[in-house]
Design a protein around this ligand. Sequence first.
Ligand SMILES: C[S@@+](CC[C@H](N)C(=O)[O-])C[C@H]1O[C@@H](n2cnc3c(N)ncnc32)[C@H](O)[C@@H]1O
Length: 186
Amino acid sequence: MRLNLGCGFNKRDGFVNVDIGDHCAPDMVHDLELVPWPWDDSSVDEIYMSHVLEHLGPDTASYFAILREMYRICRHDARITIVVPHPRHDDFLHDATHVRAITVEGLSMFSHKNCEEWVAAGNANTPLAFIAEVDFEIVDSEIALEEPYKSKFDLDVLSKAELIQAIKQYNNVIKETKIVLRAVKA
Ligand SMILES: C[S@@+](CC[C@H](N)C(=O)[O-])C[C@H]1O[C@@H](n2cnc3c(N)ncnc32)[C@H](O)[C@@H]1O
């Protein structure tokens, strides 16, 4: 089974398209803030969430409950694709229903392997994978640049070093990030 959670009007073929309301005529209506989710343990091969996770879990406990449900329903090795606005892009600020910043580094804290390494090294990182009782590995991540950075980078007018500096220093450089996770259960 493949789930497109918070599908809105962008339905995906081959997926069960799920949304909170029937305004967008999803295949299934479910409020993802409500747990447990209506799918069995280890029953899902793939989850797709485009511009949704930043709308969910306004407090830590509800965010962890959502991640736990995502982990519970995924089979081992299931792929989870998450697309989010960059927290330092104006798009993130404008939508009143955005409740949290989602970053690659933030999601990497839900990996057991990373947490084990941080604990072994004596680092102060909160071992979120242990606390939330989930294990997601980052498989891939991709950024979509805002203009004029995209054109300048594509045309080699902006070097990689200059782009990295701009990302650190300025707003509205990255428009959105796609992060691919793998559920680790074995
Ligand atoms: C910004 S839209 C993105 C829609 C679509 N995924 C896309 O990329 O075009 C966010 C979607 O998430 C849905 N959503 C927000 N909170 C939700 C919740 N608690 N449960 C289920 N869907 C939710 C909204 O109804 C909306 O369709």
